[in-house]
Design a protein around this ligand. Sequence first.
Ligand code: FAD
Length: 552
Amino acid sequence: MTKPVILAVDDEIQVLNAVERDLLSHYSNDYRVFKANSGTEALELVKKLKQRNSSIALFLVDQRMPGVTGIEFLTEARKYYTDARQVLLTAYAYTEVAIASINTIGLDYYLMKPWDPPEQNLFPVLDELLAEWLITAKLPYEGIRVAGTLWSAKSHATKDFLASNRIAYQWLDVEKDPEVRLLIDSINEGKAELPVVFFPDGTVLSAPENRALAEKIGIRTQAAEKHYDLIIIGGGPAGLGAAVYGASEGLRTLMIERHATGGQAGTSSRIENYLGFPKGISGSDLARRATDQAMRLGCEVLTAREVTQVRIEGNYKIVTLDDGQDLTCLALIIATGVTLRQLDVPGVKELQGAGIYYGAALTEAAHYKGEQVFVIGGANSAGQGAIWLSQFAKHVTILVRGSGLVEMSRYLIDQINATPNINIRAQSVVIEAKGRTRLEQIVVQNVDTQEPETLEAAAMFIFIGAVAHTDMVAGLVERNPQGFILTGSDLYQDGKWPKTWKLPRDPFLLETSVPGIFAAGDIRHAAIRRVASAVGQGAHAVSLVHQYLKTV
Ligand SMILES: Cc1cc2nc3c(=O)[nH]c(=O)nc-3n(C[C@H](O)[C@H](O)[C@H](O)COP(=O)(O)OP(=O)(O)OC[C@H]3O[C@@H](n4cnc5c(N)ncnc54)[C@H](O)[C@@H]3O)c2cc1C
Protein backbone atom coordinates (compact mmCIF):
# COMPACT_ATOMS: atom_id res chain seq x y z
CA MET A 1 0.00 0.00 0.00
CA THR A 2 1.43 3.41 -1.00
CA LYS A 3 1.94 5.67 2.00
CA PRO A 4 -0.29 8.75 2.34
CA VAL A 5 1.24 12.17 1.76
CA ILE A 6 2.03 15.13 4.00
CA LEU A 7 2.38 18.21 1.82
CA ALA A 8 4.39 21.21 3.05
CA VAL A 9 4.09 24.52 1.20
CA ASP A 10 6.22 27.63 1.81
CA ASP A 11 7.74 30.27 -0.48
CA GLU A 12 10.82 30.72 1.72
CA ILE A 13 13.11 27.94 0.66
CA GLN A 14 15.07 27.73 3.93
CA VAL A 15 11.87 27.43 5.97
CA LEU A 16 10.50 24.87 3.53
CA ASN A 17 13.66 22.76 3.81
CA ALA A 18 13.54 22.96 7.60
CA VAL A 19 9.87 21.83 7.65
CA GLU A 20 10.70 18.98 5.30
CA ARG A 21 13.66 17.87 7.44
CA ASP A 22 11.58 17.85 10.62
CA LEU A 23 8.65 16.04 8.97
CA LEU A 24 10.92 13.39 7.46
CA SER A 25 12.68 12.78 10.79
CA HIS A 26 9.38 11.96 12.50
CA TYR A 27 6.95 10.69 9.84
CA SER A 28 8.92 9.02 7.03
CA ASN A 29 8.06 5.49 8.22
CA ASP A 30 4.34 6.03 7.67
CA TYR A 31 4.02 8.97 5.27
CA ARG A 32 5.61 10.39 2.17
CA VAL A 33 6.65 14.01 2.66
CA PHE A 34 6.26 16.29 -0.39
CA LYS A 35 7.07 19.96 -0.60
CA ALA A 36 6.14 22.85 -2.90
CA ASN A 37 7.57 26.32 -3.18
CA SER A 38 4.34 28.18 -3.97
CA GLY A 39 0.59 27.78 -3.80
CA THR A 40 0.38 27.35 -7.58
CA GLU A 41 3.03 24.63 -7.64
CA ALA A 42 1.34 22.91 -4.71
CA LEU A 43 -2.05 22.92 -6.48
CA GLU A 44 -0.53 21.27 -9.54
CA LEU A 45 0.95 18.63 -7.25
CA VAL A 46 -2.42 18.09 -5.56
CA LYS A 47 -4.08 17.49 -8.96
CA LYS A 48 -1.36 15.04 -9.99
CA LEU A 49 -1.65 13.13 -6.73
CA LYS A 50 -5.41 12.97 -7.17
CA GLN A 51 -5.00 11.56 -10.68
CA ARG A 52 -2.71 8.88 -9.27
CA ASN A 53 -5.24 8.19 -6.52
CA SER A 54 -2.68 8.94 -3.79
CA SER A 55 -4.15 10.05 -0.49
CA ILE A 56 -3.09 13.27 1.22
CA ALA A 57 -3.34 13.18 5.00
CA LEU A 58 -2.20 16.67 5.88
CA PHE A 59 -1.41 20.07 4.37
CA LEU A 60 1.10 22.19 6.27
CA VAL A 61 1.01 25.56 4.54
CA ASP A 62 2.52 28.99 5.03
CA GLN A 63 -0.14 31.72 5.01
CA ARG A 64 1.91 34.59 3.66
CA MET A 65 3.00 33.65 0.15
CA PRO A 66 3.07 35.84 -2.99
CA GLY A 67 0.42 34.97 -5.56
CA VAL A 68 -1.72 32.29 -3.97
CA THR A 69 -1.90 32.67 -0.16
CA GLY A 70 -2.03 29.71 2.20
CA ILE A 71 -5.78 30.06 2.75
CA GLU A 72 -6.45 30.46 -0.95
CA PHE A 73 -4.45 27.30 -1.61
CA LEU A 74 -6.28 25.34 1.10
CA THR A 75 -9.66 26.52 -0.21
CA GLU A 76 -8.85 24.96 -3.59
CA ALA A 77 -6.95 21.91 -2.35
CA ARG A 78 -9.71 20.75 0.00
CA LYS A 79 -12.04 20.37 -2.98
CA TYR A 80 -9.79 17.51 -4.08
CA TYR A 81 -9.03 16.18 -0.62
CA THR A 82 -12.03 16.93 1.55
CA ASP A 83 -10.82 14.97 4.57
CA ALA A 84 -7.13 16.01 4.63
CA ARG A 85 -6.12 17.90 7.79
CA GLN A 86 -5.17 21.54 7.24
CA VAL A 87 -2.56 23.37 9.24
CA LEU A 88 -1.49 26.93 8.59
CA LEU A 89 2.00 28.19 9.42
CA THR A 90 1.78 31.79 10.38
CA ALA A 91 3.74 34.61 11.94
CA TYR A 92 2.40 36.27 15.09
CA ALA A 93 1.14 39.27 13.11
CA TYR A 94 -1.24 37.10 11.04
CA THR A 95 -2.97 35.08 13.70
CA GLU A 96 -6.25 36.92 13.10
CA VAL A 97 -6.39 35.64 9.53
CA ALA A 98 -5.72 32.14 10.78
CA ILE A 99 -8.43 32.33 13.44
CA ALA A 100 -10.95 33.64 10.90
CA SER A 101 -10.14 30.76 8.55
CA ILE A 102 -11.06 28.20 11.23
CA ASN A 103 -14.63 29.16 10.43
CA THR A 104 -14.35 29.88 6.73
CA ILE A 105 -12.38 26.86 5.53
CA GLY A 106 -12.53 24.61 8.58
CA LEU A 107 -8.82 25.05 9.36
CA ASP A 108 -7.75 22.37 11.85
CA TYR A 109 -4.87 24.24 13.46
CA TYR A 110 -2.48 27.14 13.06
CA LEU A 111 1.11 26.98 14.16
CA MET A 112 3.32 29.92 14.99
CA LYS A 113 6.68 30.20 13.34
CA PRO A 114 9.28 29.24 14.49
CA TRP A 115 8.14 25.87 15.84
CA ASP A 116 11.40 24.80 17.52
CA PRO A 117 11.77 22.44 19.20
CA PRO A 118 9.51 20.35 16.91
CA GLU A 119 9.15 17.59 19.54
CA GLN A 120 7.31 20.12 21.64
CA ASN A 121 5.63 22.52 19.19
CA LEU A 122 5.10 20.61 15.96
CA PHE A 123 4.88 16.81 16.34
CA PRO A 124 2.29 16.58 19.15
CA VAL A 125 -0.17 18.72 17.14
CA LEU A 126 0.42 16.87 13.89
CA ASP A 127 0.38 13.44 15.61
CA GLU A 128 -3.07 14.17 16.94
CA LEU A 129 -4.41 15.42 13.61
CA LEU A 130 -2.94 12.46 11.71
CA ALA A 131 -4.38 10.00 14.24
CA GLU A 132 -7.81 11.61 13.68
CA TRP A 133 -7.38 11.45 9.91
CA LEU A 134 -6.45 7.78 10.03
CA ILE A 135 -9.69 6.83 11.79
CA THR A 136 -11.88 8.04 8.92
CA ALA A 137 -9.44 7.87 6.00
CA LYS A 138 -10.62 5.92 2.99
CA LEU A 139 -7.47 4.22 1.80
CA PRO A 140 -7.17 4.57 -1.96
CA TYR A 141 -7.78 1.85 -4.50
CA GLU A 142 -4.43 1.08 -6.06
CA GLY A 143 -5.50 -0.52 -9.33
CA ILE A 144 -6.94 0.80 -12.57
CA ARG A 145 -9.82 3.30 -12.27
CA VAL A 146 -12.35 4.07 -14.97
CA ALA A 147 -14.22 7.38 -14.75
CA GLY A 148 -17.27 7.88 -16.92
CA THR A 149 -21.03 8.11 -16.98
CA LEU A 150 -23.17 5.08 -16.29
CA TRP A 151 -25.55 5.56 -19.20
CA SER A 152 -22.92 5.69 -21.91
CA ALA A 153 -22.10 3.14 -24.58
CA LYS A 154 -18.40 4.16 -24.60
CA SER A 155 -17.99 3.77 -20.85
CA HIS A 156 -19.77 0.42 -21.02
CA ALA A 157 -17.44 -0.72 -23.84
CA THR A 158 -14.32 0.12 -21.82
CA LYS A 159 -15.63 -1.57 -18.68
CA ASP A 160 -16.70 -4.57 -20.73
CA PHE A 161 -13.27 -4.89 -22.35
CA LEU A 162 -11.51 -4.80 -18.97
CA ALA A 163 -13.97 -7.17 -17.33
CA SER A 164 -13.95 -9.61 -20.26
CA ASN A 165 -10.16 -9.71 -20.05
CA ARG A 166 -10.44 -10.28 -16.31
CA ILE A 167 -8.71 -7.01 -15.39
CA ALA A 168 -9.91 -5.59 -12.06
CA TYR A 169 -10.86 -1.91 -12.03
CA GLN A 170 -12.70 0.61 -9.90
CA TRP A 171 -15.64 2.46 -11.43
CA LEU A 172 -15.90 6.22 -10.78
CA ASP A 173 -19.19 7.86 -11.70
CA VAL A 174 -18.61 11.41 -12.96
CA GLU A 175 -22.27 12.34 -12.52
CA LYS A 176 -22.59 11.12 -8.97
CA ASP A 177 -19.31 12.18 -7.37
CA PRO A 178 -18.17 15.85 -7.44
CA GLU A 179 -14.57 14.85 -6.58
CA VAL A 180 -14.49 12.70 -9.74
CA ARG A 181 -15.89 15.58 -11.82
CA LEU A 182 -13.12 17.82 -10.48
CA LEU A 183 -10.55 15.15 -11.27
CA ILE A 184 -11.76 14.93 -14.88
CA ASP A 185 -11.79 18.74 -15.18
CA SER A 186 -8.13 18.79 -14.11
CA ILE A 187 -7.12 16.75 -17.18
CA ASN A 188 -6.38 18.35 -20.52
CA GLU A 189 -8.04 21.63 -19.44
CA GLY A 190 -11.33 19.85 -18.85
CA LYS A 191 -11.48 18.59 -22.45
CA ALA A 192 -10.78 14.92 -21.73
CA GLU A 193 -13.23 12.67 -23.52
CA LEU A 194 -14.98 10.07 -21.33
CA PRO A 195 -14.31 7.47 -20.19
CA VAL A 196 -10.97 8.39 -18.67
CA VAL A 197 -8.82 5.49 -17.47
CA PHE A 198 -6.31 6.11 -14.67
CA PHE A 199 -3.42 3.70 -14.20
CA PRO A 200 -1.49 3.25 -10.96
CA ASP A 201 1.71 4.63 -12.57
CA GLY A 202 -0.01 7.97 -13.18
CA THR A 203 -0.76 7.40 -16.89
CA VAL A 204 -4.15 8.64 -18.01
CA LEU A 205 -5.92 7.49 -21.20
CA SER A 206 -8.94 9.35 -22.49
CA ALA A 207 -11.60 7.36 -24.41
CA PRO A 208 -8.99 4.72 -25.31
CA GLU A 209 -9.32 2.12 -28.06
CA ASN A 210 -9.24 -1.45 -26.76
CA ARG A 211 -5.85 -2.06 -28.33
CA ALA A 212 -4.31 0.93 -26.53
CA LEU A 213 -5.82 -0.29 -23.26
CA ALA A 214 -4.50 -3.81 -23.83
CA GLU A 215 -1.00 -2.53 -24.59
CA LYS A 216 -0.96 -0.35 -21.48
CA ILE A 217 -2.12 -3.24 -19.29
CA GLY A 218 0.56 -5.53 -20.71
CA ILE A 219 -1.69 -7.82 -22.76
CA ARG A 220 0.16 -8.99 -25.87
CA THR A 221 -1.05 -7.39 -29.11
CA GLN A 222 1.97 -7.96 -31.40
CA ALA A 223 3.09 -11.27 -32.83
CA ALA A 224 6.66 -12.29 -32.00
CA GLU A 225 7.16 -14.10 -35.34
CA LYS A 226 6.06 -13.66 -38.93
CA HIS A 227 5.48 -17.37 -39.54
CA TYR A 228 3.77 -20.12 -37.51
CA ASP A 229 2.91 -23.78 -38.02
CA LEU A 230 -0.63 -23.11 -36.84
CA ILE A 231 -2.67 -19.92 -36.53
CA ILE A 232 -6.03 -19.99 -34.77
CA ILE A 233 -8.50 -17.16 -35.40
CA GLY A 234 -10.75 -16.62 -32.38
CA GLY A 235 -10.06 -17.25 -28.71
CA GLY A 236 -13.36 -18.76 -27.56
CA PRO A 237 -13.61 -22.35 -26.27
CA ALA A 238 -12.90 -23.81 -29.73
CA GLY A 239 -9.84 -21.59 -30.25
CA LEU A 240 -8.60 -22.28 -26.72
CA GLY A 241 -9.11 -26.03 -27.16
CA ALA A 242 -7.02 -25.87 -30.33
CA ALA A 243 -4.41 -23.64 -28.65
CA VAL A 244 -3.85 -26.05 -25.75
CA TYR A 245 -3.48 -29.09 -27.99
CA GLY A 246 -1.56 -27.33 -30.78
CA ALA A 247 1.04 -25.84 -28.46
CA SER A 248 1.38 -28.92 -26.26
CA GLU A 249 1.89 -31.11 -29.31
CA GLY A 250 4.87 -29.11 -30.50
CA LEU A 251 3.32 -26.83 -33.14
CA ARG A 252 4.44 -23.20 -33.19
CA THR A 253 0.96 -21.86 -32.47
CA LEU A 254 -0.52 -18.36 -32.50
CA MET A 255 -4.08 -17.56 -31.42
CA ILE A 256 -5.59 -14.20 -32.43
CA GLU A 257 -8.58 -12.85 -30.49
CA ARG A 258 -10.26 -9.55 -31.32
CA HIS A 259 -11.90 -8.86 -27.94
CA ALA A 260 -11.22 -11.20 -25.03
CA THR A 261 -10.31 -14.85 -24.77
CA GLY A 262 -13.25 -16.97 -23.60
CA GLY A 263 -15.59 -15.80 -26.37
CA GLN A 264 -19.28 -16.22 -25.64
CA ALA A 265 -18.54 -18.67 -22.85
CA GLY A 266 -16.50 -15.96 -21.10
CA THR A 267 -19.66 -13.86 -20.82
CA SER A 268 -21.65 -16.60 -19.09
CA SER A 269 -22.34 -16.06 -15.40
CA ARG A 270 -22.29 -19.82 -14.71
CA ILE A 271 -21.69 -22.77 -16.99
CA GLU A 272 -23.29 -25.73 -15.28
CA ASN A 273 -22.93 -28.46 -17.88
CA TYR A 274 -19.20 -28.45 -18.60
CA LEU A 275 -17.55 -31.72 -17.69
CA GLY A 276 -15.56 -31.78 -14.47
CA PHE A 277 -17.19 -28.86 -12.65
CA PRO A 278 -20.04 -30.39 -10.62
CA LYS A 279 -21.00 -27.05 -9.08
CA GLY A 280 -20.62 -25.19 -12.38
CA ILE A 281 -17.96 -22.62 -13.22
CA SER A 282 -18.20 -18.98 -14.21
CA GLY A 283 -17.34 -18.32 -17.84
CA SER A 284 -14.72 -15.82 -16.77
CA ASP A 285 -12.96 -18.36 -14.53
CA LEU A 286 -13.03 -21.02 -17.25
CA ALA A 287 -11.61 -18.52 -19.77
CA ARG A 288 -8.83 -17.47 -17.40
CA ARG A 289 -7.83 -21.05 -16.64
CA ALA A 290 -7.85 -22.07 -20.32
CA THR A 291 -5.92 -18.97 -21.42
CA ASP A 292 -3.28 -19.50 -18.73
CA GLN A 293 -3.03 -23.16 -19.72
CA ALA A 294 -2.62 -22.38 -23.44
CA MET A 295 0.06 -19.78 -22.71
CA ARG A 296 1.91 -22.02 -20.25
CA LEU A 297 2.05 -24.74 -22.90
CA GLY A 298 3.66 -22.28 -25.31
CA CYS A 299 0.81 -20.80 -27.38
CA GLU A 300 1.28 -17.15 -28.25
CA VAL A 301 -1.95 -15.23 -27.69
CA LEU A 302 -2.75 -11.85 -29.26
CA THR A 303 -5.72 -9.97 -27.85
CA ALA A 304 -7.60 -6.92 -29.16
CA ARG A 305 -6.45 -7.79 -32.68
CA GLU A 306 -8.85 -8.68 -35.48
CA VAL A 307 -8.16 -10.80 -38.54
CA THR A 308 -9.65 -8.98 -41.51
CA GLN A 309 -8.66 -11.25 -44.39
CA VAL A 310 -7.27 -14.68 -45.22
CA ARG A 311 -5.62 -15.62 -48.51
CA ILE A 312 -3.61 -18.50 -49.91
CA GLU A 313 -0.17 -18.47 -51.51
CA GLY A 314 0.93 -22.00 -52.44
CA ASN A 315 0.86 -24.07 -49.28
CA TYR A 316 0.90 -20.95 -47.10
CA LYS A 317 -2.16 -19.40 -45.50
CA ILE A 318 -1.76 -15.65 -45.06
CA VAL A 319 -3.69 -13.89 -42.34
CA THR A 320 -4.07 -10.11 -42.48
CA LEU A 321 -4.50 -8.23 -39.19
CA ASP A 322 -6.52 -5.04 -38.62
CA ASP A 323 -3.45 -2.82 -39.19
CA GLY A 324 -2.62 -4.50 -42.52
CA GLN A 325 0.15 -6.70 -41.12
CA ASP A 326 0.44 -10.18 -42.70
CA LEU A 327 1.30 -13.37 -40.79
CA THR A 328 1.78 -16.72 -42.47
CA CYS A 329 1.13 -20.30 -41.39
CA LEU A 330 0.97 -23.83 -42.77
CA ALA A 331 -2.38 -24.65 -41.17
CA LEU A 332 -5.22 -22.40 -40.06
CA ILE A 333 -8.14 -23.03 -37.71
CA ILE A 334 -11.11 -20.67 -37.92
CA ALA A 335 -12.87 -20.51 -34.55
CA THR A 336 -14.58 -17.15 -34.80
CA GLY A 337 -17.88 -18.27 -33.25
CA VAL A 338 -20.97 -16.13 -33.27
CA THR A 339 -22.24 -12.93 -31.66
CA LEU A 340 -25.74 -12.11 -30.57
CA ARG A 341 -28.05 -10.82 -33.24
CA GLN A 342 -28.94 -7.12 -33.00
CA LEU A 343 -32.54 -6.23 -32.22
CA ASP A 344 -33.58 -3.95 -35.05
CA VAL A 345 -36.47 -1.91 -33.64
CA PRO A 346 -36.75 1.87 -33.03
CA GLY A 347 -34.83 3.23 -30.05
CA VAL A 348 -32.55 0.24 -29.45
CA LYS A 349 -29.44 1.51 -31.21
CA GLU A 350 -29.64 4.91 -29.53
CA LEU A 351 -29.93 3.43 -26.02
CA GLN A 352 -27.37 0.64 -26.38
CA GLY A 353 -25.11 0.82 -23.33
CA ALA A 354 -27.65 3.05 -21.58
CA GLY A 355 -29.95 0.34 -20.26
CA ILE A 356 -29.88 -1.87 -23.36
CA TYR A 357 -27.25 -4.58 -23.55
CA TYR A 358 -26.46 -7.64 -25.66
CA GLY A 359 -25.87 -10.65 -23.43
CA ALA A 360 -25.92 -10.60 -19.67
CA ALA A 361 -23.55 -7.59 -19.42
CA LEU A 362 -22.03 -8.94 -16.23
CA THR A 363 -20.42 -5.59 -15.47
CA GLU A 364 -23.74 -3.74 -15.49
CA ALA A 365 -26.10 -6.11 -13.67
CA ALA A 366 -25.32 -4.73 -10.21
CA HIS A 367 -26.49 -1.24 -11.26
CA TYR A 368 -30.05 -2.53 -11.52
CA LYS A 369 -30.56 -3.32 -7.85
CA GLY A 370 -34.25 -3.12 -7.02
CA GLU A 371 -35.33 -2.38 -10.61
CA GLN A 372 -37.57 -4.04 -13.20
CA VAL A 373 -35.49 -5.55 -16.02
CA PHE A 374 -36.29 -7.60 -19.12
CA VAL A 375 -34.50 -10.47 -20.80
CA ILE A 376 -35.33 -10.96 -24.47
CA GLY A 377 -34.98 -14.51 -25.82
CA GLY A 378 -35.77 -18.05 -24.76
CA ALA A 379 -32.57 -20.06 -25.25
CA ASN A 380 -30.12 -21.24 -22.55
CA SER A 381 -28.04 -18.07 -22.59
CA ALA A 382 -31.19 -16.00 -21.88
CA GLY A 383 -32.12 -18.33 -19.02
CA GLN A 384 -28.67 -18.00 -17.45
CA GLY A 385 -28.84 -14.25 -17.90
CA ALA A 386 -32.22 -14.08 -16.14
CA ILE A 387 -31.00 -16.13 -13.17
CA TRP A 388 -27.91 -13.96 -12.83
CA LEU A 389 -29.92 -10.72 -13.03
CA SER A 390 -32.51 -11.94 -10.51
CA GLN A 391 -29.85 -11.63 -7.79
CA PHE A 392 -29.82 -7.87 -8.27
CA ALA A 393 -33.03 -6.73 -9.93
CA LYS A 394 -36.35 -6.52 -8.11
CA HIS A 395 -37.99 -8.39 -10.95
CA VAL A 396 -36.89 -10.05 -14.19
CA THR A 397 -39.31 -10.72 -17.03
CA ILE A 398 -38.25 -13.09 -19.81
CA LEU A 399 -39.95 -12.15 -23.07
CA VAL A 400 -40.28 -14.95 -25.64
CA ARG A 401 -41.87 -14.91 -29.05
CA GLY A 402 -43.10 -18.54 -28.77
CA SER A 403 -45.40 -20.23 -26.32
CA GLY A 404 -42.78 -20.72 -23.59
CA LEU A 405 -39.22 -21.80 -22.83
CA VAL A 406 -39.22 -24.62 -25.38
CA GLU A 407 -35.56 -24.16 -26.38
CA MET A 408 -34.17 -24.09 -22.85
CA SER A 409 -32.48 -26.93 -20.91
CA ARG A 410 -34.57 -28.55 -18.16
CA TYR A 411 -32.12 -27.62 -15.36
CA LEU A 412 -32.44 -23.93 -16.27
CA ILE A 413 -36.24 -24.07 -16.52
CA ASP A 414 -36.32 -25.67 -13.05
CA GLN A 415 -34.09 -22.93 -11.64
CA ILE A 416 -36.25 -20.23 -13.24
CA ASN A 417 -39.44 -21.78 -11.86
CA ALA A 418 -37.86 -21.84 -8.42
CA THR A 419 -36.86 -18.15 -8.56
CA PRO A 420 -39.78 -16.03 -7.32
CA ASN A 421 -38.68 -12.77 -8.97
CA ILE A 422 -38.53 -14.16 -12.53
CA ASN A 423 -41.61 -14.47 -14.72
CA ILE A 424 -42.07 -15.49 -18.34
CA ARG A 425 -44.16 -13.51 -20.78
CA ALA A 426 -44.81 -15.69 -23.82
CA GLN A 427 -45.88 -14.69 -27.35
CA SER A 428 -44.37 -11.27 -26.89
CA VAL A 429 -41.96 -9.20 -28.96
CA VAL A 430 -40.38 -5.82 -28.30
CA ILE A 431 -41.33 -3.29 -30.96
CA GLU A 432 -39.80 -0.11 -29.49
CA ALA A 433 -37.47 1.13 -26.76
CA LYS A 434 -38.06 4.56 -25.21
CA GLY A 435 -36.02 6.86 -23.01
CA ARG A 436 -34.23 10.22 -23.15
CA THR A 437 -30.75 9.51 -21.82
CA ARG A 438 -31.35 5.92 -20.69
CA LEU A 439 -33.93 3.21 -21.21
CA GLU A 440 -37.19 4.04 -19.46
CA GLN A 441 -39.89 2.02 -21.23
CA ILE A 442 -40.31 -0.75 -23.78
CA VAL A 443 -43.28 -1.33 -26.04
CA VAL A 444 -44.20 -5.00 -26.16
CA GLN A 445 -46.57 -6.48 -28.71
CA ASN A 446 -48.55 -9.70 -28.38
CA VAL A 447 -47.82 -11.78 -31.50
CA ASP A 448 -51.41 -13.11 -31.64
CA THR A 449 -53.53 -10.06 -30.90
CA GLN A 450 -50.96 -7.50 -32.19
CA GLU A 451 -51.94 -5.49 -29.10
CA PRO A 452 -49.06 -3.20 -27.98
CA GLU A 453 -48.39 -2.46 -24.31
CA THR A 454 -45.91 0.04 -22.84
CA LEU A 455 -43.99 -1.24 -19.82
CA GLU A 456 -41.63 0.53 -17.41
CA ALA A 457 -38.13 -0.93 -17.92
CA ALA A 458 -34.84 0.01 -16.28
CA ALA A 459 -32.88 -2.36 -18.51
CA MET A 460 -33.25 -4.84 -21.32
CA PHE A 461 -30.77 -7.67 -21.96
CA ILE A 462 -31.02 -9.13 -25.46
CA PHE A 463 -30.28 -12.76 -26.41
CA ILE A 464 -31.92 -13.33 -29.79
CA GLY A 465 -29.91 -15.71 -31.92
CA ALA A 466 -26.53 -15.80 -33.48
CA VAL A 467 -24.63 -14.13 -36.31
CA ALA A 468 -21.55 -15.73 -37.90
CA HIS A 469 -18.23 -13.90 -38.38
CA THR A 470 -16.71 -15.17 -41.59
CA ASP A 471 -16.31 -12.09 -43.79
CA MET A 472 -12.56 -12.57 -43.68
CA VAL A 473 -12.87 -15.82 -45.66
CA ALA A 474 -15.71 -14.77 -47.98
CA GLY A 475 -15.01 -16.10 -51.46
CA LEU A 476 -12.25 -18.34 -50.14
CA VAL A 477 -14.01 -21.14 -48.23
CA GLU A 478 -17.49 -22.54 -48.83
CA ARG A 479 -20.16 -21.13 -46.49
CA ASN A 480 -23.90 -21.65 -46.09
CA PRO A 481 -26.27 -18.73 -46.89
CA GLN A 482 -26.04 -17.48 -43.26
CA GLY A 483 -22.23 -17.33 -43.43
CA PHE A 484 -21.52 -20.50 -41.39
CA ILE A 485 -18.58 -22.55 -42.65
CA LEU A 486 -19.04 -25.94 -44.34
CA THR A 487 -16.58 -28.66 -43.35
CA GLY A 488 -15.97 -32.34 -44.10
CA SER A 489 -18.95 -34.19 -45.53
CA ASP A 490 -21.11 -31.00 -45.47
CA LEU A 491 -19.07 -29.96 -48.52
CA TYR A 492 -20.32 -32.92 -50.52
CA GLN A 493 -23.38 -31.57 -52.25
CA ASP A 494 -25.35 -32.83 -55.26
CA GLY A 495 -23.07 -35.85 -55.45
CA LYS A 496 -19.80 -33.93 -55.71
CA TRP A 497 -17.15 -31.99 -53.81
CA PRO A 498 -16.77 -28.25 -54.51
CA LYS A 499 -14.97 -27.35 -57.74
CA THR A 500 -12.12 -25.80 -55.74
CA TRP A 501 -11.33 -29.15 -54.06
CA LYS A 502 -8.58 -30.63 -56.23
CA LEU A 503 -6.98 -33.23 -53.93
CA PRO A 504 -7.41 -36.97 -54.52
CA ARG A 505 -8.46 -37.42 -50.84
CA ASP A 506 -11.75 -36.29 -49.25
CA PRO A 507 -11.68 -33.28 -46.91
CA PHE A 508 -11.01 -34.22 -43.28
CA LEU A 509 -13.97 -34.03 -40.88
CA LEU A 510 -13.33 -30.40 -39.79
CA GLU A 511 -11.53 -29.28 -42.94
CA THR A 512 -13.04 -26.52 -45.09
CA SER A 513 -13.10 -26.40 -48.89
CA VAL A 514 -9.47 -25.19 -48.76
CA PRO A 515 -6.94 -27.89 -47.75
CA GLY A 516 -5.20 -26.94 -44.50
CA ILE A 517 -7.91 -24.51 -43.38
CA PHE A 518 -10.09 -26.00 -40.63
CA ALA A 519 -13.12 -24.72 -38.72
CA ALA A 520 -14.17 -25.53 -35.16
CA GLY A 521 -16.97 -24.56 -32.79
CA ASP A 522 -20.08 -22.44 -33.33
CA ILE A 523 -18.84 -21.09 -36.65
CA ARG A 524 -19.42 -24.44 -38.36
CA HIS A 525 -22.61 -25.07 -40.31
CA ALA A 526 -25.16 -26.89 -38.09
CA ALA A 527 -22.84 -26.80 -35.07
CA ILE A 528 -24.09 -27.87 -31.67
CA ARG A 529 -23.53 -24.69 -29.70
CA ARG A 530 -22.00 -25.92 -26.49
CA VAL A 531 -18.75 -25.20 -24.70
CA ALA A 532 -17.76 -28.86 -24.59
CA SER A 533 -18.39 -29.40 -28.30
CA ALA A 534 -16.39 -26.29 -29.18
CA VAL A 535 -13.46 -27.38 -26.99
CA GLY A 536 -13.65 -30.90 -28.40
CA GLN A 537 -13.67 -29.67 -31.98
CA GLY A 538 -10.71 -27.38 -31.28
CA ALA A 539 -8.74 -30.35 -29.98
CA HIS A 540 -9.91 -32.60 -32.83
CA ALA A 541 -8.97 -29.99 -35.44
CA VAL A 542 -5.38 -30.09 -34.16
CA SER A 543 -5.14 -33.84 -34.75
CA LEU A 544 -6.37 -33.24 -38.31
CA VAL A 545 -3.78 -30.45 -38.69
CA HIS A 546 -1.08 -33.04 -37.91
CA GLN A 547 -2.47 -35.32 -40.62
CA TYR A 548 -2.58 -32.43 -43.08
CA LEU A 549 0.98 -31.31 -42.27
CA LYS A 550 2.27 -34.78 -43.19
CA THR A 551 1.01 -34.14 -46.73
CA VAL A 552 2.75 -30.78 -47.35
C1 FAD B 1 -24.39 -15.99 -22.30
C2 FAD B 1 -24.06 -17.35 -22.82
C3 FAD B 1 -24.12 -18.45 -21.98
C4 FAD B 1 -23.80 -19.72 -22.46
N1 FAD B 1 -23.83 -20.77 -21.59
C5 FAD B 1 -23.49 -22.02 -22.00
C6 FAD B 1 -23.49 -23.10 -21.10
O1 FAD B 1 -23.83 -22.96 -19.92
N2 FAD B 1 -23.10 -24.30 -21.55
C7 FAD B 1 -22.71 -24.53 -22.84
O2 FAD B 1 -22.33 -25.63 -23.18
N3 FAD B 1 -22.71 -23.48 -23.73
C8 FAD B 1 -23.09 -22.25 -23.34
N4 FAD B 1 -23.11 -21.20 -24.23
C9 FAD B 1 -22.69 -21.45 -25.62
C10 FAD B 1 -21.16 -21.50 -25.69
O3 FAD B 1 -20.62 -20.42 -24.98
C11 FAD B 1 -20.69 -21.46 -27.14
O4 FAD B 1 -21.20 -22.58 -27.79
C12 FAD B 1 -19.17 -21.46 -27.22
O5 FAD B 1 -18.63 -20.32 -26.59
C13 FAD B 1 -18.70 -21.49 -28.67
O6 FAD B 1 -17.33 -21.39 -28.71
P1 FAD B 1 -16.53 -20.91 -30.01
O7 FAD B 1 -15.10 -20.87 -29.62
O8 FAD B 1 -16.94 -21.70 -31.16
O9 FAD B 1 -17.07 -19.43 -30.30
P2 FAD B 1 -17.12 -18.13 -29.41
O10 FAD B 1 -17.28 -18.46 -27.99
O11 FAD B 1 -18.15 -17.29 -30.08
O12 FAD B 1 -15.69 -17.47 -29.60
C14 FAD B 1 -15.29 -16.92 -30.83
C15 FAD B 1 -14.22 -15.88 -30.58
O13 FAD B 1 -13.70 -15.43 -31.83
C16 FAD B 1 -13.43 -14.05 -31.76
N5 FAD B 1 -13.42 -13.51 -33.14
C17 FAD B 1 -14.47 -13.39 -33.98
N6 FAD B 1 -14.06 -12.86 -35.16
C18 FAD B 1 -12.73 -12.64 -35.04
C19 FAD B 1 -11.74 -12.10 -35.92
N7 FAD B 1 -12.04 -11.71 -37.16
N8 FAD B 1 -10.46 -11.99 -35.48
C20 FAD B 1 -10.14 -12.40 -34.21
N9 FAD B 1 -11.04 -12.91 -33.35
C21 FAD B 1 -12.32 -13.04 -33.76
C22 FAD B 1 -14.57 -13.53 -30.92
O14 FAD B 1 -14.25 -12.28 -30.34
C23 FAD B 1 -14.74 -14.64 -29.88
O15 FAD B 1 -13.98 -14.41 -28.73
C24 FAD B 1 -23.44 -19.91 -23.80
C25 FAD B 1 -23.40 -18.82 -24.67
C26 FAD B 1 -23.71 -17.54 -24.20
C27 FAD B 1 -23.67 -16.35 -25.12
